[in-house]
Ligand binder design. Structure first.
Ligand code: AVJ
Length: 322
C-alpha cells in the first residue's frame, strides 16, 4: 500500500475458545493434571514471557541472540537474496529483526502467533522499519494445520525461522510431527533455521526455569488467572506453589503448580478436587545434544546441513534443508 508500517495482510485463523476450554477440562481430568503450555501466551502471558527473557538466570534468549549475531554473515551467505521468512510463534520481534538485518535483501516476512494482538503489533512495528519487505501477520496455533496456499505469502525461497528452542516444549513424538509440519510448509531447497537448547547441569537449568525475581512463577500463575477470566474458573493462584525440576532421564525441565492444601475448584461449570502436594503439570522444556537433534530432524525428512553452537551456555542453531 506504500503506507509506512502497513501490513500486507493480517489473517486471523483464531484458535477458538472451545479449544482452550476442552483442552483445560480434559487436562484437569487426568490422573496427572496438566495444561498445554501454548495457553500461557495470552496478551498478559506474552508480556510476562518477555520479562522471563530478561531474567539473569534465563540464559536462553540472550545466548541465542549472541549466537545469531555471530553467525549472521554465514546465514546471509547460505540464504542468498530474496528469502521469504516464515516465523511460527513469532512473539516479540527482537530475533526476527536480527535475522532480517543479517540477510541479503530478504523479500518478505510472515509472523505467526497464537496471540493475535501481540503478533499483529510486533509485525506492524517490523513493517515500520522495513518498508521494502512484504510483511504479513497471522494469528494461528502452529500445532494446527494451516493452508499456506490460502494466504498471500510472497513468492521466493522460503526460510522457516523457529528460534527460542520452542521445539523443546514438545514430547519427542510431537516434536517429530511438528518438524514434519514445518517441512510441509517448504519446497525442495527451502530451509528451516531452528534454535535448540542443549543439555547442561541440572542446577543451572532449575535456576533458569525458576528465576529468583519470580517471572517464571508469575507466568504460571497467569495461566490460572487466564482460566478464571476466560473459562469462569475459581482457581486460587495463592493456593499453589510453582516448582521446576530437571529430569535427567527424560532430558527435560518439568514445570508444575503444586497445591499447598486440599482445594476444590470449578472450571466452566465442572468441579475438580486437588489434594495437598498434588501437581498440575504446566510445561516441559527438553534439552538436546546436537547429534540427538540432528537425528530427529533427519527422521522428519530434513538434511541437517550445519549446526552452530554457543559454548558458554550451550545452545545450538541448526540449518536444515528440505
Ligand atoms: C518459549 C518454550 C522456549 O522452554 O525455555 C521459559 C518457555 N517457560 N521459562 C522455554 C519457558 C518458562 C520457553 N520456550
Amino acid at each position: 500500500s506504500g503506507e509506512g508500517g502497513a501490513l500486507a495482510f493480517f489473517a486471523d485463523l483464531k484458535p477458538s475458545a472451545s479449544d482452550f476450554r476442552s483442552d483445560v477440562l480434559e487436562g484437569l481430568s487426568r490422573p496427572q493434571k496438566a495444561i498445554p503450555p501454548k495457553y500461557f501466551y495470552d496478551q498478559t502471558g506474552s508480556a510476562i514471557f518477555d520479562r522471563i527473557t530478561e531474567a539473569p538466570e534465563y540464559y536462553v534468549t540472550r545466548t541465542e541472540l549472541e549466537l545469531l549475531d555471530r553467525i549472521g554473515p554465514q546465514l546471509s551467505e547460505r540464504a542468498g537474496p530474496g528469502a521469504v521468512i516464515l516465523e511460527p510463534g513469532a512473539g516479540s520481534s527482537v530475533k526476527i529483526r536480527k535475522l532480517i538485518d543479517a540477510l541479503d535483501r530478504p523479500a518478505g516476512y510472515v509472523g505467526m502467533d497464537i496471540s493475535g494482538e501481540h503478533v499483529r503489533a510486533a509485525c506492524e512495528a517490523v513493517a515500520v522499519d522495513h518498508e521494502d519487505l512484504t510483511i504479513g501477520a497471522v494469528c494461528h496455533d502452529f500445532t494446527r494445520d494451516i493452508d499456506l496456499d490460502a494466504l498471500p505469502v510472497p513468492p521466493g525461497r522460503r526460510l522457516v525461522f523457529f528460534p527460542g528452542s520452542t521445539i523443546g516444549n514438545f514430547e519427542l513424538a510431537d516434536a517429530l510431527e511438528l518438524l514434519r509440519t514445518l517441512r510441509s510448509w517448504l519446497r525442495d531447497g527451502d530451509i528451516l533455521i531452528i534454535g535448540v537448547d542443549l543439555r547442561k547441569p541440572g542446577p543451572v537449568l532449575e535456576a533458569a526455569y525458576d528465576d529468583a525475581g519470580g517471572a517464571t512463577a508469575d507466568f504460571n500463575y497467569n495461566l490460572l488467572a487466564r482460566i478464571n477470566r476466560e473459562l469462569e474458573g475459581s482457581l486460587e493462584p495463592e493456593g499453589f506453589e510453582y516448582r521446576a525440576f530437571w529430569n535427567p532421564f527424560r532430558s527435560r525441565v518439568e514445570m508444575y503448580l503444586q497445591a499447598r492444601r486440599d482445594m476444590e475448584f470449578s472450571v466452566s461449570g465442572s468441579r475438580f478436587n486437588i489434594r495437598e502436594t498434588e501437581t498440575i503439570h504446566t510445561e516441559n522444556s527438553h534439552k538436546f545434544t546436537v547429534a540427538g537433534f540432528q537425528d530427529l530432524a533427519a527422521k522428519a525428512g530434513f538434511a541437517p546441513a550445519k549446526a552452530w553452537v554457543h559454548e558458554d551456555m550451550p545452545f545450538s542453531i541448526h540449518w536444515l534443508e528440505r
